[in-house]
Write a protein that binds this ligand. Sequence first.
Ligand SMILES: *[C@@H]1O[C@H](CO)[C@@H](O)[C@H](O)[C@H]1NC(C)=O
Ligand SMILES: *[C@@H]1O[C@H](CO)[C@@H](O)[C@H](O)[C@H]1NC(C)=O
Length: 433
Amino acid sequence: MEYFQVVLLLALIPGSTSLDNGLLRTPPMGWMAWERFRCDIDCNKDPMNCISEKLFRDMADRLSEDGWRELGYEYVMIDDCWMSMQRGSDGRLQPDPDRFPGGIAKLARYIHDRGLKLGIYADMGSATCMGFPGTTLDKVELDAHTFASWGVDYLKFDGCNSNAIEQLIGYPLMSKALNATGRPIAYSCSWPAYIGGLPPNVNYSLLGDMCNLWRNFDDIQDSWDSVQSIFDWFSTNQDDLQPAAGPGRWNDPDMLIIGNFGLSLDQARTQMALWAIMAAPLVMSNDLRTLNNDALAILQNRVAIAINQDPRGIQGRRLLQEKSRIEVYWRPLSHSANALVFLSRRQDMPYLYHSSLAKLNFPAGSFEAYNVFSGKTLTGLSDKTEFTVSINPSGVVMWYVYPARQSPRPPKDTGRYPYMRRKYRMSSFHKII
Ligand SMILES: *[C@@H]1O[C@H](CO)[C@@H](O)[C@H](O)[C@H]1NC(C)=O
Ligand SMILES: *[C@@H]1O[C@H](CO)[C@@H](O)[C@H](O)[C@H]1NC(C)=O
């Protein structure tokens, strides 16, 4: 089918462009099973790691007891492989009875009792990517209703085993069906990733009225190659992607793999820094039960999180790609502050990069720069000051840059982020600095 026919068809779907659920005014934070635990369903051989209610309870325990929740990591998210191979006699999706003997509603209560939220997974199509029951067009409303009745707070709606027409009808239909349940359920659409992720196939302004976030590109894998391919794709296409993001509507470059096996310490900091710049969901897929202190320190870095969660919700951009293979990324923030990331794509030794804020398009003025990973503050910077940063191979230097002698007002308290409110007001943020 030609693109223009698709657009015409979309125009025929009544009221397909409305998502006003008030959710995800900043990018979602939490934990998701897929990258680390995949479709491990053998609970006899691998009871600690199989997709089961125990895994999600364990992660809820860690999120609530190890300081994550207070930092904003609040969603516990099930991905593929939670279902029974058959729908119930009532036509409803049901969890695998051996791996989820208590059912999803009970798991939701366990998670809610810990001040957390539950995410679940379904697939627009005849089967999920791993072959479990899909949500065909005739099942969209029933499945939305089932999820709401269980107390689900977030739906990842994948797109395996459907064609472009079914997706075109199904994704807006699910948006309406979730709204019609009356339960606020954040809606993550994998749709763009199935149609190339770019205009004209994807109309991001339309999508942002329908979904709270969307996967644009390939699944992340546990490797530096995968992380690089993702931020390269997002940066190469930033003119199309960056304007699409804002409060309630986010590009999703996929999960944080920090704490797994594929990244060095520097590469892990790079993922955290660039995901903060990109206003990306901070959704970890790792084993919170065995995380080492280096990974913990990166994922719980308060300033990196505050940059990611900045209430203006403006996605950042790659500013420069130097011949030296140094790249500079920038994101504007509240209170006339900015985040800068200096990234080295080199493979030799720490590189001394010289620049000034004026060269990075800053206005005239005096500034201070807080180094997010070293904790040191650079004072007495003017826009013209020449500075030098030492950047490790495949590593970053990340700065929070703010006007000197400014005393910022705390951001408006919307009451939506109870945990952020206590710990993350910009005023206390400035005390950290
Ligand atoms: C449903 O949509 C309406 C208008 O678009 C909005 O006011 C309402 O909050 C939404 N409800 C839910 C549960 O998402
Ligand atoms: C994208 O959708 C919006 C409606 O939200 C419409 O106004 C706009 O013309 C569309 N853009 C393209 C290129 O089709």
